[in-house]
Design a binder for this molecule. Structure first.
Ligand SMILES: [Zn+2]
Length: 239
């Protein structure tokens, strides 16, 4: 049930309505910023479950110390993971003018066009969760979806430029709730997206452990919920 005010807000600002009705539900796992530990400590877990994830990259951090190299991004892409957009500069969209955002996204697009010429960035996540309604039309022209940090299940008629997601942070994760969200996605033919940052045995406050990743993937497997990239799911939901 969508709150009436939220429904009105969606219709006013949503150039990309979608109908989500995926029998049995689906789950996506996403990483924002993508610190290098995702590669060095998280990837082995993804590989063990043969799970494909969505990586929202910040262009200016590529090839920088502590982050992924262009070659590592090419490997992830070749293995079926999705490389997606988290802007070049990682500023709050609420603090950016339309022209500043346009320049930022174009700069990012040029970099990733060189790294992955056959895979333009199709999906976006808002840096620091900062959404800004006045940017949505421009974002809708470039991307299939935009992921927020607002918790929620994606089902029924939704705004693809305002997709909710649940955080998977080691310090705060409630596994009883994670199971409920997955079960609800299954029961409501919905889509549940999780997001985190680093993956480490001693993660930051915005990261998780390799065991957390494994536990989530085990839960999804036990419930029979497929894990797909955001790109795969957006292709499955109709306009
Ligand atoms: Zn970020």
């Amino acid at each position: 049930m969508i709150h009436p005010l939220r429904r009105r807000w969606i219709s006013a600002w949503a150039p990309s309505p979608r109908e989500v009705d995926i029998p049995g539900g689906v789950c996506s796992l996403s990483f924002d910023d993508v610190p290098h530990s995702v590669w060095s400590e998280g990837k082995a877990v993804l590989d063990r479950f043969d799970a494909k994830a969505t990586f929202y990259l910040v262009g200016r951090l590529v090839n920088q110390a502590g982050y992924l190299s262009a070659e590592e991004l090419q490997t992830l892409h070749a293995e079926g993971h999705e490389i997606a957009c988290h802007t070049w500069q990682h500023q709050r969209l609420g603090h950016m003018s339309p022209s500043a955002l346009k320049a930022d996204l174009e700069r990012n697009g040029i970099l990733f066009g060189e790294i992955l010429p056959d895979a333009p960035l199709q999906n976006f996540s808002y840096p620091l969760g900062s959404t800004a309604p006045w940017h949505k039309r421009a974002l809708g022209e470039r991307y299939q979806s935009c992921r927020t940090t607002i918790p929620g299940l994606i089902t029924g008629r939704v705004d693809a430029l305002s997709l909710p997601a649940f955080k998977l942070y080691h310090d705060t994760v409630d596994w009883t709730l994670v199971k409920v969200w997955l079960e609800e996605a299954q029961a409501q033919n919905g889509w549940v997206i999780f997001y985190t940052h680093d993956v480490s045995t001693s993660p930051s406050a915005a990261g998780c452990t390799p065991e957390d990743l494994a536990r989530l993937l085990e839960l999804a497997a036990e419930l029979g919920i497929p894990v797909e990239t955001v790109r795969q799911v957006t292709h499955r939901i109709s306009a």
